[in-house]
Design a protein around this ligand. Structure first.
Ligand SMILES: [Zn+2]
Length: 338
């Protein structure tokens, strides 16, 4: 067996690996598909988590088939197709714990049906199922935006998370979604998912474009754009101050991007808009809702997968995932399967 691990700054390797034996409360999943995440790349950049220098196992977007079930585990059977929710595992799979999903056989410690182990509905492929994790992050961001049909929304960043947000917004009947990204391929994907417009914010006057697309609303002696919610899935340092400068009364902003440095916050300017700024992290409740929506949205979800590689080529996959033209890079962990 093999497992992708971080050995140091910029140093990830597919190491030989011996899976620990499963205990009575554990489940072993034969991994079929696992997506490469932007946070995998960030972890590699800093040399691993939680402390740089330690060996970190990678892979937290996995789906596969149950291979072994501990005697005390209820409701899970050998052969079940499942998604693993890494946030619900004590080992913190792929984010600092000893296990990672870029492997052939994943040990899920203290496995619980409906929490760390979620059944995949019939007709959903493993690679679609493996999109559950990033789509759950995206759904949580949208949930935190508290939007309703008819609202006008801007999504900064059209990586897999930003695109997932466009997918959910459109699915909820929000047709006025403006997506922003520097890369033409990513903007095209946003349009294909149903965004109203996709713009390069460095090439247009963003305030003027949003005034044109979402209208303008006067409040307290100044005029804001008609956008109801802004979601930052990009992490550029100017986004917060740009949004505050153009936001209308009682609009909302959700920050989901990982800002590594403090950013400027124009509190004085924000005073007159009484806008709400909040954050969104992970997916405390969303995974079952994402899985339930998969039969309806599987074709759109498949369109978000830009590259498919085998586990043997995962290092190459990491390089592809770092290019802005790529979207989700999906790793096939079961090279023996046809
Ligand atoms: Zn992820």
């Amino acid at each position: 067996m093999r497992l992708l691990k971080i050995h140091g700054v910029g140093d990830a390797r597919l190491d030989a690996y011996e899976r620990p034996a499963a205990g009575p409360t554990d489940v072993v999943v034969k991994m079929k598909a696992c997506g490469i995440c932007g946070s995998d790349l960030s972890y590699i950049k800093i040399g691993g988590i939680p402390t740089p220098g330690t060996v970190t196992a990678l892979g937290h977007e996995g789906a596969g088939e149950v291979l072994e079930v501990g005697a005390e585990v209820e409701g899970i059977s050998v052969g079940d197709p499942v998604v693993v929710n890494p946030m619900m595992t004590p080992g913190n799979i792929g984010s600092g714990g000893p296990e990672g999903a870029f492997t052939e056989e994943l040990l899920v410690r203290e496995a619980r049906l409906g929490a760390s182990i979620l059944p995949i509905p019939a007709g959903i492929s493993y690679e679609i199922a493996a999109m559950c994790e990033p789509l759950a992050v995206a759904m949580h961001g949208v949930n935190r935006a508290e939007v309703n049909p008819g609202d006008k929304v801007v999504v900064f960043g059209c990586g897999p998370i930003g695109l997932g947000m466009v997918l959910w917004l459109v699915d909820r009947g929000i047709t006025n979604v403006v997506a922003l990204d520097l890369t033409p391929e990513r903007r095209e994907r946003a349009l294909a998912l149903g965004a109203q417009a996709a713009l390069d914010p460095t090439k247009v006057d963003l305030r003027a474009e949003l005034a044109r697309l979402h209208g303008e609303v006067p409040s307290y002696g100044r005029v804001g754009v008609g956008t109801d919610a802004f979601i930052d899935a990009a992490g550029a340092p100017n986004i917060l101050s740009d949004v505050v400068a153009m936001a209308k009364f009682h609009s909302r902003m959700v920050i989901t991007a990982a800002h590594m440095k403090p950013i400027e916050f124009p509190a004085g300017r924000m005073l007159t808009s009484e806008m709400t700024i909040t954050t969104a992290m992970g997916y405390p409740t969303e995974m079952p809702d994402v899985i339930a929506a998969m039969p309806r949205l599987k074709d759109k979800i498949a369109g978000m997968i830009s590259h498919r590689l085998s586990l043997s080529d995962v290092i190459e996959g990491l390089k592809i995932a770092a290019t802005p033209e790529s979207c989700k890079v999906m790793i096939n962990c079961d090279e023996g399967a046809a």
